[in-house]
Design a protein around this ligand. Structure first.
Ligand SMILES: Nc1ncnc2c1ncn2[C@@H]1O[C@H](COP(=O)(O)OP(=O)(O)OP(=O)(O)O)[C@@H](O)[C@H]1O
Length: 314
């Protein structure tokens, strides 16, 4: 677990990160979202000590990071930045292997790990490994940046606007890759973005930053349904709120017992996917199955519609 204790960073007497206390559960993705200059990058860089706090502290698994050797700490935390920061005169494979090499891994281990990561990111090791950064597309270079950050099997991955330079199609693919990687490796990820849609899509939790503080720190559905302040509401936007909420809610918890004809949807699919399938195939209820194809029950249209309705005002 990563925890902030009254974490503060001041420049010239101004708190750009202001007394933030929060914790981030192991194996989750937290998206830190906010306007430019709200302190997101400063916050992130205090975790791997690229920036030292003015007061307060960061703990990882109960240990204050200021008491850990700086270089070892940085090697144990993956870090991905916009622009990927690849060494231009090194091949993709050598870029990926940089931290394992510094940690003294054997060459054969580094080569095996590099090939494994390239395959995980759906790149052909024989084809992409020997290329130099200028011979890669933006999407490929971004994946190499992610592979490099994951090379030494870090428990924590910090990402600062990692998809900012990608076109929308590649960006969606990169977001899907990240979800899949997180699912497979169980890495704790903190991702800085100023795109609320990206935050809602990827985050198990979202921290909305403004003027150095967390204005709201909550699961995505709560951010959409119950924005804590007008600023959060403005970031979320009013457009398509119901469909957004449905896209954040899995089918599983809304199952009913019963049977229905036709192809099933997965229990992990979102309610918006299920609704879309209903509209597309003209059905009012769909069978639901788990990953192995076992039928679990049905999802009803009426249940989807009520799940997307605003909670009754109190
Ligand atoms: N070394 C520094 N000296 C003085 N002020 C700084 C320094 N680094 C950052 N700041 C200021 O701290 C504030 C927060 O900066 P930070 O880069 O953390 O914001 P951000 O939310 O990541 O912004 P962006 O989305 O534009 O990257 C800004 O007002 C910035 O100008």
């Amino acid at each position: 677990m990563i925890a902030f204790e009254a974490l503060t960073k001041s420049y010239d007497g101004r708190n750009v990160v202001d007394n933030v206390t929060a914790s981030f559960a192991t194996g989750t993705i937290t998206a830190v979202v906010g306007t430019s200059g709200s302190g997101k990058t400063t916050l992130l860089r205090m975790i791997n000590r690229l920036i030292e706090p003015t007061t307060g502290c960061v703990q990882i698994n109960g240990r204050d990071v200021s008491e850990l050797p700086e270089v070892a700490l940085r090697r144990s935390i993956g870090y991905v930045i916009q622009g990927y920061g690849l060494f231009p005169h090194w091949t993709a494979a050598r870029n990926i292997g940089v931290v394992p090499r510094l940690l003294g891994w054997r060459t054969s281990e580094i080569e095996a790990r590099t090939a494994e990561l390239l395959r995980l990111l759906q790149l052909d090791p024989a084809q992409i490994g020997p290329r130099y950064p200028h011979q890669l597309s933006g999407g490929q270079a971004q994946r190499i940046g992610v592979a490099r950050a994951l090379a030494a099997r870090p428990d924590v991955l910090l990402m600062d606007e990692p998809f900012g330079a990608l076109d929308p199609v590649i960006r969606r693919q990169a977001q899907r890759d990240l979800s899949e990687i997180q699912h497979q490796l169980g890495t704790t990820i903190i991702l800085v973005t100023h795109d609320m849609n990206e935050a809602l899509r990827l985050g198990n939790a979202i921290a909305v930053m403004r003027d150095g503080r967390f204005e709201q720190f909550a699961p995505p559905s709560e951010i959409v349904c119950a924005p804590a302040t007008p600023f959060v509401a403005e970031l979320v936007g009013e457009e398509g709120r119901a469909l957004r909420l449905l896209s954040l809610t899995p089918v599983g918890p809304h199952l009913r017992t019963g049977e229905a004809p036709g192809d099933p949807v997965a229990d992990t699919a979102s309610l918006s996917d299920a609704l879309s399938e209903m509209i597309w195939t003209g059905r009012d209820r769909l069978p639901v199955a788990d990953r192995s194809g076992r039928r679990l029950g049905v999802i009803e249209r009426a249940d989807i519609l009520s799940a997307g309705r605003r909670a009754a005002p109190v």
